[in-house]
Design a protein around this ligand. Structure first.
Ligand code: ATP
Length: 753
């Protein structure tokens, strides 16, 4: 079944004018004709079904006289209310969900076109979007099942909710201050992409859901942009897992409701730096999605899913079950080009086929064979292709049985087919012994009517055509066609197998390369993430959480003495024994170089700067203002001489190199600059003052070279601190190729905390 794609045009906003409307909805000519016919024939039900619009029309931007028409499964104009959309598109999927199918619903479109309105909606009952209505439907059905079975069948609902912000995954059920720099890792699990360490909350009723959902949405990254006062800056994915348990089995299925962030034309947004970086990440992921759609529809072998976390999670065309895409559109001219581009991506998405396969139930008691055997298992058993070489011959008669074994043609090969199983040829051919005389007995004239094409086997007797009934002839023809098809299938199969083999090899190689590009394998990445989380917990003084994370990391790095001793030291410290290193308290600032990216600055001050920071703002202001003076003292080369009146305060920044990880007086400006550089994100680095694209790339190249050397020399050293080599001082930064003292000063002066 294909992805179901429906379009929804939002109404005009207050700032928009009727005059500028360029998007029109309607029905295609064929639908109109069919509808007319059905009405005439009195088939009102069918006619009503076809009543829905299914095309969107928009003028060609280069020639207004011309109009583009895009076909969809359904189109909803601006007057369609939330209830109507839900009833037509989402309510029917609930039944499938309860039958064990996964359901994916996602809203796609340019920023400000109504995706969040469609998925989440407003607060009033009438304004509620698809998601709360879906949950309401799920709970209603659950109650009904439980009631109908007198409580023998129970339904459990588990929720997960996360966002992909700047290509990092964050749990929305966790407060932002618990986020780690790297976000949550992804892992492939039996063909599905799963997020490791994601909270799953049981939720028993709609009221509870609303509380959880609203709370989690407060954690979502949204901001005002010029195009939308409440623009989503991330892709948000709500997972609703339902487990239906009856006396003998449990069926688990999952609905995923996804509110994608909208693409943005940054010539129109007037975004600031932070919004620009978000926007770049959003646009990149949507671009990868469009590339995936194109690759799937063109049946290319390599689909670039792994190039963005969003596409990896969405796995369009890879996931089983039902997928509904809601394309949100703004009706006005200012969105003209963006609208055409979304329309064409959505139109292509319609051609993507998804496998409609329900999840296997989990049986209680001893293991049972799978309800849905794998593809290979559902194939026909090996079928001897005896007849493929002499397809025109009827079965030999029984009287020749003594010679039969010798004369039987060799089994050439076997064939698999995914079509419903037919009777094996031998069975079909098992003749009720023919009572008629043999073919030869009827005289040689008959031979001229139908000469045997093959001479490998002895010429058997054939029935006289005059004696054959129409049904018999039909049967023979059918047999013959089947046999010929079998021959063709075999040759196609072997060719297909060869191509498949090559493709598999290529895919394996590509996957390996992708993994290498990603820097590490999934398992190792998971271990690294645990270590990173441990570090960050430790930095916040959350020793027990840190210990848990180290312990979780241990299986990924077995026999690593350093990690083992770290765990032991931490345990000792927790038991109150003195430790070589001073313990970190919640008030301590985090280690340098461990801060979030420039993007997360706004969210992190309480986490990263600590109580002391809040208590002494004037101290911080002075530090920030004067820091460039102080830093310049450790740099070589010419520098502007400035009056130093805050020397004593900022002395620590002079020797950042020598500072301990947890030194509290490192300037936040410096830390943030280093964190941006250490992020290796060219798009962020190039936004620093005095750094262009080329310089940013040179810096990242340089860091990557250092990574390689650090990985090869001491793998674990890298693991235990950061996944990559980390710059820890401005002095180090100034030694990078292409970066001098002046560049460092300039970069730093452009960082605002
Ligand atoms: N069907 C609709 N009916 C009424 N108002 C709508 C509708 N669709 C969208 N709007 C309004 O349009 C504005 C933009 O909608 P929304 O925030 O949902 O856009 P979005 O596509 O999610 O944007 P972004 O990608 O920036 O998050 C909001 O003020 C919303 O209330």
């Amino acid at each position: 079944m294909s992805v179901r794609v429906v379009a929804r045009v939002r109404p005009l906003l207050k700032s928009e004018r009727e005059l500028d409307v360029i998007v029109r909805t309607g029905t295609s000519a064929t639908t109109t004709e069919a509808k007319l016919r059905e009405t005439e024939n009195g088939d009102r039900k069918l006619a009503a079904l076809r009543d829905r619009d299914n095309v969107v029309r928009i003028p060609n931007p280069k020639n207004e006289g011309e109009e583009y028409t895009f076909n969809f499964n359904a189109v909803y104009d601006s007057d369609v209310v939330q209830q109507e959309l839900f009833d037509a598109e989402v309510a029917p999927t609930i039944k499938h969900l309860f039958n064990g199918f996964d359901v994916t619903l996602f809203a796609y479109g340019v920023t400000g076109t109504g995706k969040t309105h469609t998925m989440r909606g407003g607060k009033s009952l009438a304004d509620r979007g698809v998601i709360p209505r879906l949950l309401s439907g799920i709970y209603r059905r659950s109650r009904k099942i439980e009631k109908d079975t007198n409580g023998e069948t129970t339904v459990k609902v588990l929720l997960s909710y996360y966002e992909i912000y700047n290509d990092k995954v964050y749990d929305l059920f966790e407060p932002p201050e618990k986020r780690t720099l790297a976000g949550l890792p992804l892992r492939d699990n039996g063909g599905k992409t799963v997020v490791c360490g994601l909270t799953e909350k049981p939720c028993t009723n709609l009221k509870e859901f609303e509380g959880l959902y609203d709370q989690a949405n407060n954690n979502r990254s949204t901001s005002a942009t010029k195009l939308n006062a409440h623009s989503s800056r991330s892709h948000a994915i709500l997972g609703v897992k339902i487990a239906i348990t009856s006396s003998d089995k449990t069926i688990v299925s999952k609905a995923s409701a996804i509110d994608l962030a909208g693409s943005e034309d940054n010539r129109r947004t007037e975004n600031d730096k932070e919004r620009m970086v978000e926007s770049a990440s959003i646009n990149k992921s949507l671009f990868v999605l469009a590339q995936c759609v194109e690759a799937i529809t063109k049946k290319q072998h390599r689909i670039p899913y792994r190039e963005s976390k969003m596409t990896r999670i969405l796995s369009l065309g890879q996931n089983n079950g039902l997928t509904v895409m809601i394309l949100n559109l703004a009706p006005v001219r200012s969105y003209h080009l963006d609208t055409i581009s979304s329309l064409s991506v959505a139109n292509r998405t319609r051609k993507i086929e998804v496998r409609e396969i329900e999840n296997d139930p989990i049986f209680k008691g001893p293991a049972r064979p799978s309800m849905r055997p794998s593809l290979a298992a559902s194939r026909q058993p090996l079928r001897p292709l005896t007849a493929t070489v002499n397809v025109n011959m009827p079965a030999p008669v029984a009287k020749d049985s003594a010679k039969k074994d010798e004369e039987k043609p060799l089994k050439a090969f076997s064939v698999f087919s995914d079509r419903p199983q037919h009777k094996p040829l031998t069975q079909i051919r098992k003749p009720e012994p023919l009572k008629r005389t043999s073919f030869y007995a009827d005289g040689p004239t008959m031979r001229s009517i139908k000469p045997p094409r093959q001479t490998l086997a002895p010429i058997p007797s054939e029935p006289s055509f005059c004696d054959l009934s129409a049904a018999k002839i039909e049967e023979m023809v059918e047999k013959k066609v089947e046999e010929m098809l079998a021959v063709r299938a075999v040759s196609e199969q072997s060719r297909h197998n060869q191509v498949q083999e090559l493709n598999d090899q290529l895919q394996r190689r590509l996957a390996q390369l992708e993994q290498r590009i990603e820097g590490t394998e999934d398992a190792r990445a998971e271990g690294l993430s645990y270590l990173l989380m441990a570090k960050q917990h430790q930095a916040r003084g959350e020793n027990s959480s840190a210990l848990k994370m180290y312990q979780l990391a241990l299986p990924h790095f077995p026999h690593n003495e350093k990690l083992v001793s770290k765990i032991a030291a931490l345990k000792e410290r927790m038991q109150g024994k003195p430790s070589a290193r001073p313990s970190v308290t919640a008030a301590s600032p985090p280690p340098k170089g461990r801060f979030g990216s420039m993007l997360s600055l706004k969210k992190e001050p309480t986490l990263t700067l600590g109580k002391r920071q809040a208590e002494d703002e004037s101290y911080m202001d002075q530090t920030v203002d004067a820091i460039s003076d102080d830093e310049s003292s450790f740099m070589d080369g010419p520098r502007p001489k400035k009056k130093r009146n805050t020397e004593s305060l900022h002395q620590n920044d002079l020797d950042l190199d020598a500072l301990d990880d947890f030194d509290p007086t490192v300037s936040p400006k410096t830390i943030h600059l280093l964190s941006i550089i250490n992020s290796r994100d060219v798009s962020q680095i190039q936004l620093l003052k005095g750094v262009g694209m080329k310089k940013a790339e040179a810096i990242v190249d340089c860091l990557c070279e250092m990574d390689q050397s650090s990985v090869s020399t001491d793998d674990m050293e890298m693991v235990s601190d950061q996944p990559q080599f980390q710059l820890s001082s401005l002095a180090e930064l100034s030694t990078l190729k292409g970066v001098g003292v002046r560049t460092v000063e300039s970069m730093r002066s452009g960082v605002f905390v």
